[in-house]
Design a protein around this ligand. Structure first.
Ligand code: FAD
Length: 295
């Protein structure tokens, strides 16, 4: 089923997982994660695509298991920056064969090791081109979605320009959007407000990451360029060397963000689980049932 169909009727709760990284290419460790997440009855689970396509085979396999073995709708991420048009056609054919209906169409990051990467000869430059290409070659076969950035994409020349680029992505076929992680809900509200003003009408799902240790918080904020609000940074400063306290802070903070977002009519909550089902479960347990029912 297409996620756009689900979103016509309700706000969604969804999770993101990534293919396990190990030398053997063994994905079995993801099954216990999916099993744990399935108990929370999400509307869908999305599976990331390793930078430069490093885990692409596993993305299709895991998305297929989620859908066919657990009966939960799945979304396969697909990035294009290091791909040719033929590569993308091949990937889409594989997704079709696996019965996957939903693609999060991304540009991806420029490869850190750029030896085999020639920016002059790229077949895709932006996610909007990927949306257009899939729309043209697989007309109506996939529900396409895109990423968006409450605090502005790091390469963009300001918030306004990033928003204009986002409009192009939606015009090219993205039927809903999922945000980058943010810790200050005001950035999400600003994005939605400004997006609506320029005619972006598709649902914008809020991406929330429960941070459970100080190291991962620093890594994440560096990678995503998101701000840590004063309230959160004070709590971290006080407890960064106490792993149990850090975990409690992260779970409670994420739950408070979600409660505020649901109260303000968010289109959907997308939890970056980092493959930790127990953390997602604990965040869920901290949200009053009445709010979850409203969804
Ligand atoms: P784009 O939408 O193409 O934007 C990239 C930059 O180009 C922005 O600065 C934008 O303002 C600008 N731009 C876009 N279109 C135009 C235009 N027409 N003219 C001028 N400028 C333009 N990465 C992975 O490798 N695998 C994943 O699975 C993955 N999942 C993600 C999931 C989510 C929800 C998010 C938010 C990010 C994810 N990423 C993933 C990271 C993503 O690939 C990077 O953030 C990447 O740098 C940008 O991808 P994009 O699709 O947003 O790019």
């Amino acid at each position: 089923m297409k996620i756009s169909e689900i979103l016509k009727n309700k706000s969604t709760i969804s999770f993101e997982v990534f293919p396990p990284k190990n030398k053997e290419g063994n994905i079995s460790s993801i099954y216990s994660t999916i099993e744990g997440l399935a108990k929370l009855s999400p509307d869908f689970i999305s599976v990331t695509y390793g930078a430069g396509g490093s885990t692409k085979g596993k993305t299709v396999e895991i998305a297929s298991v989620i859908k066919h073995e657990y009966g939960i709708e799945s979304v396969a991420h697909l990035s294009c920056i290091s791909s040719t048009k033929e590569d993308i056609k091949y990937e889409c054919e594989r997704l079709k064969e696996a019965g996957i209906d939903n693609i999060l169409a991304l540009r991806g990051d420029y490869p850190a090791d750029a030896t085999n990467f020639d920016p002059e000869n790229l077949e895709f430059h932006y996610a909007s081109e990927l949306n257009e290409f899939i729309g043209e070659h697989f007309k109506g076969q996939f529900c396409l979605s895109g990423a968006c950035y409450p605090e502005t994409h790091q390469e963009a020349d300001g918030f306004k320009k990033d928003l204009e680029a986002l409009k192009k992505k939606v015009d090219a076929g993205a039927e809903y959007l999922v945000t980058q992680i943010f810790f200050d809900n005001d950035y999400y509200y600003r994005l939605v407000r400004e997006a609506r003003k320029i005619g972006i009408t598709v649902p914008i799902l809020a991406g929330i990451m429960p941070i459970t240790n100080a190291k991962s918080l620093i890594r994440t904020t560096k990678m995503c360029g998101c701000t840590i609000p004063y309230q959160l940074s004070t709590m971290i400063e006080a407890h960064y060397d106490n792993p149990e306290a850090m975990k409690e802070i992260g779970i409670n903070y994420a739950a408070q963000q979600i409660i505020d977002l649901i109260t303000n009519g968010v289109d959907g909550i997308h939890i970056y689980t980092m493959n930790r089902a127990e953390t997602a479960q604990r965040v869920f347990d901290s949200i009053p049932a009445v709010l979850k029912e409203l969804n």
